[in-house]
Design a protein around this ligand. Structure first.
Ligand SMILES: NC(=O)c1ccc[n+]([C@@H]2O[C@H](COP(=O)([O-])OP(=O)(O)OC[C@H]3O[C@@H](n4cnc5c(N)ncnc54)[C@H](OP(=O)(O)O)[C@@H]3O)[C@@H](O)[C@H]2O)c1
Length: 338
């Protein structure tokens, strides 16, 4: 597993890029979007890359977009750039550090105190191939930030989403995964990758976990008749800073190929925007979307037993009862994980 540290990202990157060659330069325009004035969206990691473009495009559709970003200055720059375009909607920044359950709670509290509805939640933020380290609460970074942070955020915002969704106009949860989830494995006995750390394995696991989570969430939403849908998006291979931690051969490869083969962030955001705003997806959830189309995800992602077990473990990690009630303090849960 660990010995593939260099080889796997290299092969994944080049293989995916070659596969995407014919699509990268295509401007993806799937549908004519309705004007979404007055509808509220939260985009995590909206200060740069795919998230920035998602926030920009949703604002241009008239939405009120909240960029949930970890770095204050970056978020404010993003807000200023979007406002300068003189777009139709409203955009603002709000601090959210997904490596901290305390920060997630504070973000949600600040948002809820304003009494705003929430029509779209885009779980976009992510890191890839970071060296082994732990989040504030003791979780492995990819697992804690990419997956568990979004799991917690979604759980805490679910009541607002449910209130905001209507029968003919569902609230939407859009979760950004990756084709890397196809090589992901969920090790329920060692979700924190303690036995043998591989940054690629940890990233892939976090992205598979997001797909499992999204499918299970959709099942529960359907079962209770909520007017909320949950879909997963695969943006493709996109030229962003996500690749900053790749090994030097992969980095070199990316430098050489990115302009030619990778999607631009604008193209990369198009499926997220499609999932967030397309009339075609009204009331439709539980899909894996790639290039604006529903497609199949990894076989493991449809394993309902695995979905359920991961969901339960995640609830216990973040101190949320399955009904969505918070039961434990961050201090309690840190000691639980460690
Ligand atoms: N690029 C690709 O080829 C590709 C392919 C498949 C999937 N994806 C997925 O697409 C999503 C967006 O990635 P990207 O390519 O746009 O990369 P990016 O340009 O590096 O953007 C990542 C975003 O995540 C945010 N973020 C990082 N740590 C955070 C934290 N602790 N709390 C809150 N936000 C945090 C970053 O904000 P700060 O910089 O302010 O921390 C940044 O806005 C990720 O989930 C990624 O896995 C990307």
């Amino acid at each position: 597993h660990c010995s593939h540290e260099l080889l796997i990202p290299y092969l994944t990157l080049t293989g995916a890029a070659v596969l995407h060659t014919h699509e990268t330069k295509q401007v993806l325009s799937y549908t004519v979007f309705p004007h979404l004035h007055g509808r509220v969206a939260i985009v995590t990691g909206g200060s740069k890359g795919i998230g920035y473009e998602t926030a920009r495009q949703l604002t241009s559709l008239g939405m009120h977009v909240i960029i949930a970003g970890n770095r204050e200055e970056e978020s404010q720059n993003a807000v200023r750039r979007i406002r300068e375009e003189n777009v139709k909607g409203k955009v603002e920044g709000c601090h959210l550090d997904l490596t901290s359950l305390r920060s997630i709670r504070e973000f949600v509290q600040t948002f809820k105190d304003r009494g705003l509805p929430l029509h779209v939640l885009v779980n976009n933020a992510g890191v890839m191939l970071v060296p082994e380290r732990k989040t504030e609460d003791g979780f492995e970074t990819h697992f804690g930030l990419n997956y568990l942070g979004h799991f917690m955020l979604t759980q805490l915002l679910l009541d607002t989403l449910k209130h905001s969704g209507k029968q003919d106009s569902c609230a939407r949860i859009v979760t950004v995964s990756s084709a890397t989830h196809f090589v992901g494995e969920i090790n329920l006995e060692d979700l924190q990758s303690r036995s043998c750390y591989s940054s690629h394995g940890a990233y892939a696991q976090s992205k598979l976990a997001l797909v499992l989570f999204s499918y299970y969430l959709q099942q529960t939403l359907t079962a209770e008749g909520s007017h909320v849908t949950a879909n997963v998006v695969d943006p493709g291979v996109v030229n962003t800073d996500l690749y900053q931690n790749v090994s030097w051969p992969t980095h070199l490869c990316k430098q050489l190929m990115s302009r030619l083969l990778f999607k631009s962030p604008e193209q990369g955001a198009s499926t997220s925007v499609y999932a967030a705003a397309s009339p075609e997806l009204e009331g439709v959830g539980g899909c894996y979307l790639y290039n604006g189309q529903r497609t199949k995800s990894a076989d493991a992602s449809y394993d309902e037993e695995l979905q359920r077990r991961l969901w339960r473990l995640s609830c216990s990690y973040v101190g949320i009862q399955e009904e969505g009630q918070c039961s434990l303090s961050s201090r309690q849960l840190t000691s639980q994980v460690l």
